[in-house]
Design a protein around this ligand. Structure first.
Ligand code: ZN
Length: 196
């Protein structure tokens, strides 16, 4: 049962990829995908995301619904400790790897993760080696990155973070559900929090 839901989520992700030039230009769609049976790992965001996904656009709604449907079955992660981000953040944040070396679909060629932040959360400054492209599925946030203007993003919009470019985000009245593509060295490495 859940395998079908995962296949539907992958199809919806591919549909958004096909409709979003910045995603297509970032990396080819991987041709080595293999479904992996991974254990579900709930966090508080498992229930919060489907209840409060934020506003989608016409062409992100399909993926929003598909991600809500797999939420109870995914291996949600937190990565950050309570000391780094606080309890409230961990209670309303989570991410999972849909595709990648440790994803629900294995690929050695591309990593695709999903991140969720509840309303009024500050995601502190951090950086990482691989480049990442955020595509907003629903909700909105103010995104901050070194050397660039702060920019409020909503459904269907993208934001690219270069290798080692420090970035942060602030959600306001809306939550944020983002679909993230990764490329470059160190795809397995976890983001490092940096001094504010
Ligand atoms: Zn990042």
């Amino acid at each position: 049962m859940s395998r079908l839901l995962f296949e539907q989520a992958l199809a919806a992700a591919r549909e958004l990829y096909t409709l979003t030039p910045a995603m297509r230009e970032f990396r080819d769609w991987p041709d080595d995908l293999l479904f992996v049976n991974r254990p579900a790992s709930p966090v508080p965001a498992t229930e919060l995301m489907p209840l409060l996904p934020g506003a989608a656009s016409g062409y992100t709604r399909h993926l929003q619904r598909a991600l809500a449907a797999i939420s109870p079955f995914v291996e949600w992660r937190h990565t950050y400790s309570e000391a780094e981000v606080g309890r409230d953040f961990l209670d309303r944040y989570g991410w999972f790897e849909l595709v990648g070396p440790h994803g629900h679909f294995h690929s050695a060629k591309l990593r695709m993760t999903v991140g969720y932040w509840g309303p009024d959360l500050w995601y502190p400054w951090h950086e990482h080696g691989p480049e990442e492209l955020y595509t907003i599925v629903s909700g909105s946030a103010l995104t901050l990155a070194d050397g660039e203007e702060d920019r409020r993003v909503t459904a269907g919009e993208t934001r690219l973070h270069q290798s080692r470019q420090r970035h942060a985000l602030q959600t306001e009245g809306q939550p944020l559900l983002a679909f993230v593509l990764w490329r470059g060295e160190g795809l397995d490495a976890m983001p490092q929090m940096s001094a504010a």
